[in-house]
Design a protein around this ligand. Structure first.
Ligand code: HEM
Length: 286
């Protein structure tokens, strides 16, 4: 009888008073919240960039067609007689609006969980468009050239290769339903697609904090630019890998250190975005 009562009481205890979910320990929360802060700063900065691209290119293209590219600030934006090159540039900037505008939406859990079909649709469009615009970018770089010399050419071409490779891997793991691996490759893809934006805010961060040490404004070359040509991909990818490591690790010191790095990176993004908006994008529009 005693055993039956005990069993009954145990059952009561376990069904009527389920153990409440335990809050995550503070190092995990630090990683989570600093990751969210980083993401929000990046999303705001990217949407300001999109806003600039829309206002810089759409009115010219709508009003004058491809020759309108000559009125923009792009070096060699329009070359008479080079139809393929002009089309590649127009496609490149128009697609940029779609991918930079939609990329951050993919990481918002609310949208992903409540509208999974939207997530899948935007994801496919994002990867296809990022691949097309990278191929168009490669064509422009190697036919028209860009400031920055051979190092600049090679670095941005590497970015194109990484975009194609990471996009392929993200799709591959999504179709195999290996969701964790898909998530990781999609986040890496987002970082390399965002490299051109990181480059601009990194450059303006450097200008505002050092006055532009290591940059030759005539040739757009110099030690800092060589560092940034590759850093535009390497730095965000390293920060992302540190974030993944902190999520997996049980080491609180490591988690806290990564959270501090994320907070510092968030500050740098905010300063760089402010400097790029006020010093580069806004003046081009007025
Ligand atoms: C997929 C991510 C990319 C996005 C979102 C993107 C976006 C843009 C935007 C918005 C511009 C106009 C810049 C401005 O007005 O300041 C631009 C220019 C340009 N992009 Fe990209 N781009 C991407 C990747 C690439 C890649 C991979 C290449 C080359 C392989 C490339 C080559 C170029 C070139 C040559 C220009 C014009 C010249 C210049 O910036 O100096 N882009 N891109």
């Amino acid at each position: 009888m005693a055993t039956a009562t005990q069993t009954f009481l145990n059952k009561e205890t376990s069904t009527n008073h389920p153990v409440p979910p335990q809050p995550k320990p503070w190092p995990d929360r630090m990683v989570r919240y600093s990751g969210i802060a980083w993401f929000l700063a990046a999303a705001i900065g990217q949407w300001i960039f999109v806003f600039y691209v829309v206002l810089q290119y759409i009115p010219e293209l709508v009003q004058f067609g491809l020759p309108g590219l000559a009125n923009t600030t792009l070096p060699d934006g329009y070359i008479a007689g080079d139809m393929a090159g002009n089309l590649a540039i127009a496609a490149h900037v128009l697609i940029a609006i779609i991918i930079i505008g939609s990329g951050p939406l993919q990481f918002i859990p609310h949208i992903r969980n409540r509208f999974p079909r939207f997530h899948r649709y935007v994801g496919r469009v994002y990867i296809v468009m990022a691949s097309i615009t990278s191929i168009a970018g490669l064509y422009i770089v190697w036919t028209r050239g860009v400031p920055g010399g051979l190092v600049g050419h090679l670095a941005i071409s590497l970015d194109a290769v990484l975009i194609l490779a990471f996009g392929g891997l993200a799709i591959n793991f999504a179709t195999k339903r290996q969701i964790d691996r898909h998530r990781r490759w999609a986040m890496r893809l987002f970082m390399v697609v965002s490299a051109v934006w990181f480059f601009r805010i990194g450059l303006m961060f450097w200008f505002i904090t050092t006055g532009g040490i290591g940059i030759n404004p005539e040739t757009f070359e110099g030690p800092f630019l060589t560092f940034m040509y590759f850093g535009q991909m390497a730095i965000p990818l390293l920060i992302l890998e540190a974030y993944f490591l902190a999520q997996r690790s049980k080491n609180n010191a490591l988690k806290s250190s990564v959270a501090v790095v994320l907070i510092l990176a968030t500050g740098a993004i905010l300063v760089g975005t402010f400097a790029a908006t006020m010093g580069m994008w806004f003046p081009r529009l007025i």
